[in-house]
Design a protein around this ligand. Structure first.
Ligand code: ADP
Ligand code: MG
Ligand code: ZN
Length: 610
């Protein structure tokens, strides 16, 4: 709503009110006396009336003044059908005239002004509704989801900090957009869809805009959440529009923010969401139907990749995933430095100290810290931001974050570090398990305090018995490392245990992998493919005796792995300690780094003569 317009309606009302007041004043100044016709007539007979003006409905008049210069007495009466009136006036020497317009102005105003007011109000409401936030009721049936087209985006890659890996992966996309013909002439494969995955506030939206800004191409953006609560078919039409528009402007970028809102796996959730499905299908159709060589790249962002419809992630769609993770310590420092450019810092501010204080914070949080610190400095009437301001700002932001995610104490961080290195070491030492990509003790959300990321080298559709056992072993690695180093386990292993138990249960019940129970599938309820290992399907039909045996078998399976992991980690204890120390120091560690540590230890064992 533009302010100017809102004001004009008030001007109008004010003008109207003034008009009414003036009118009142005008008539009031004449001391207009409403008198009955009979009174008027008797005044005429008494010879008191000086002059009258006669209109269709009224008679206005003035009484004779007794003394010269006195206020005249004006009066008005309703005209009555009286054929004798003219004769009567003549006989009594009254000046008279027929007046047509004497009250016309007032009469007209009395109906024109209300009409004007209503028209103005109506017009105003219409304007308001059509420009108002989100469209409103007058535009039912039209999409709430707006396509934004921006040219000349001022954001550059240098405005994004602390997510260097993601930026590196993204550069190729920028280069392609700058010179699509260079890529096509070589015949290189161009990514069609790039999915930016990462926690909220890590700079996914920023990165997408930076790509467009850097490449100097138009940026079409639309948010997945705007598709929700729309009418069937509208979202699909919007998607079609979006691609139609974008193709005309190639090379360009299409950015779908919050892809998860519309890309949820089909058939998931309490109701099959007709509209969302149609929109999603349309998106898939459009993605399949265009050739990336025209120079359109589709970017999407999500912080919940696990709920996305698998169809979206298939080859030729969003097949390139870029992890935009929480920044590590140097990363946080880089982000702080970047945002601190806009404020005046005291010369002895140490941003690296602030970076060390803020594990788990994302770019948006850090931008917030800088902003809060500036506000604090202003409140204290200083013209530079001091270290103390920044430290207080961190506390404020942490207090705000506390509900969302946790910031760990030193003792907790140590425990988490050993736990994660435990997982990683087991994964590295067991033949055939997925290589460890990254180990991190940067807290993620509420559930995970740290994580070990294993990347499968190939798609797996079948798993053998020993592979399943290996999975259980890796899951137990964290807990066993805690026991080995600290003497007892902690609640941090609950999720691992649950996953391990479920794998063991399915081995026994579904896959017939238990010697004791034999080759019998005990679970007859069909398991939907998207059911994750930690979601337990309904119980099958088997006797209580069998149930007890299943429990025993599951326990046995896990115990066997526990023994194995304990032995393994005991021999690897130096690597466990060394790895955890390194992890505590740098918060994030690559699998290669840990592998090197492990090799070092093994080398020492071999070379040291005993
Ligand atoms: P996301 O889309 O991942 O939720 P945004 O891109 O919307 O996060 O980030 C919100 C704001 O936080 C940005 O506008 C920027 O000011 C700040 N920010 C987040 N990440 C970074 C980063 N890596 N570098 C610099 N600023 C960042
Ligand atoms: Mg975003
Ligand atoms: Zn774990």
């Amino acid at each position: 709503m533009d302010k100017k317009y809102r004001f004009s309606i008030w001007y109008f009302l004010l003008a109207f009110w003034l008009l009414i007041m003036l009118q009142e004043l005008y008539f009031a100044s004449k001391h207009l006396d409403e008198v009955p016709y009979s009174q008027f007539k008797s005044w005429v007979l008494e010879g008191k009336v000086a002059e009258v003006a006669i209109s269709d409905t009224k008679i206005n008049g003035k009484l004779k003044t007794e003394t010269e210069g006195a206020e005249p007495h004006w009066f008005q009466t309703v005209r009555v059908e009286d054929p004798d009136l003219v004769r009567l006036l003549e006989e009594n020497d009254v000046e008279f005239a027929g007046v047509i317009v004497s009250t016309l102005w007032k009469d007209v105003a009395s109906w024109v002004i209300p009409i004007l007011i209503f028209a103005a109000l109506w017009f105003w409401i219409l304007r308001r509704v059509s420009q108002g936030a989100g469209g409103g009721f007058m535009r039912v049936g039209q999409s709430k989801a707006k396509i934004y087209m921006e040219k000349d985006i001022p954001v550059r890659m240098t405005d994004v900090a602390g997510v260097e890996e993601a930026k590196e992966e993204i550069w190729e996309v920028v280069e392609f957009l700058q010179r699509p013909e260079k890529f096509t002439s070589i015949g290189g494969r161009i990514p069609k869809g790039v999915l930016l995955v990462g926690p909220p506030g890590t700079g996914k939206t920023l990165l997408a805009r930076a790509i467009a800004g850097e490449a100097g191409v138009p940026f079409f953006s639309i948010s997945g959440s705007e598709f929700v609560e729309m009418f069937v078919g509208v979202g699909a039409a919007r998607v079609r529009d979006l691609f139609e528009n974008a193709k005309g402007k190639a090379p360009c970028i299409i950015f779908i923010d919050e892809l998860d809102a519309l890309g949820k796996a089909r058939g998931m959730g309490p109701m099959a969401h007709e509209e969302r499905e149609q929109t999603l299908n349309q998106l898939l159709v459009e993605m399949d139907g265009f050739d990336p060589r025209v120079g359109v790249i589709i970017l999407a962002a999500t912080n919940r990749p696990e709920i996305l419809d698998p169809a979206l992630l298939r080859a030729g769609r969003f097949d390139r995933h870029v992890l935009v993770d929480r920044p590590d310590r140097p990363g946080r420092e880089a982000i702080l430095v970047l945002h601190a450019k806009n404020i005046k810092l005291d010369p002895d501010v140490k941003l690296d100290k602030i970076a060390a204080m803020t594990p788990g914070m994302v770019g948006a949080d850090l931008a917030n810290v800088i902003n809060e610190a500036a506000l604090l400095a202003v409140r204290h009437d200083r013209d530079t931001v001091r270290q103390a301001d920044l430290e207080e700002a961190v506390e404020r932001v942490v207090a705000g974050l506390e509900k969302k995610s946790r910031v760990l104490s030193q003792a907790e961080r140590e425990r988490v570090a050993h736990h994660e290195v435990g997982h990683a070491l087991v994964a590295m030492s067991i033949p055939g398990s997925d290589p460890v990509q990254k180990i991190s003790i940067i807290p993620r959300g509420i559930a995970a305090l740290g994580y070990t990321m294993q990347l499968p080298t190939e798609d797996r559709f079948l798993l053998t018995r020993s592979e399943l056992e290996n999975k259980i072993a890796v899951l137990l690695g964290g807990r066993m490392a805690e026991v080995l180093i600290f003497g007892e386990a902690s609640t941090g292993a609950a999720d691992d245990l649950q996953k391990a138990t479920n794998i063991a249960k399915r081995m026994v019940k579904d896959y017939g992998m238990s010697e004791k129970l034999g080759r019998v599938a005990l679970e007859m309820t069909p398991q939907p493919a998207f059911l994750k290992p930690n979601e337990i399907a309904g119980d099958g039909n088997y006797s209580e005796q069998t149930a007890r045996e299943i429990d025993q078998e599951v326990k046995q399976l896990i115990q066997n792995q526990e023994v194995r992991v304990k032995e393994l980690l005991t021999t690897l204890k130096p690597a466990l300690l060394g790895g955890a120390k390194r992890l505590l120091d740098q918060e994030v560690m690559t699998g290669t780094e840990l592998q090197a540590l492990l090799k070092e230890q093994k080398g020492e064992q071999v070379s040291s003569p005993t």
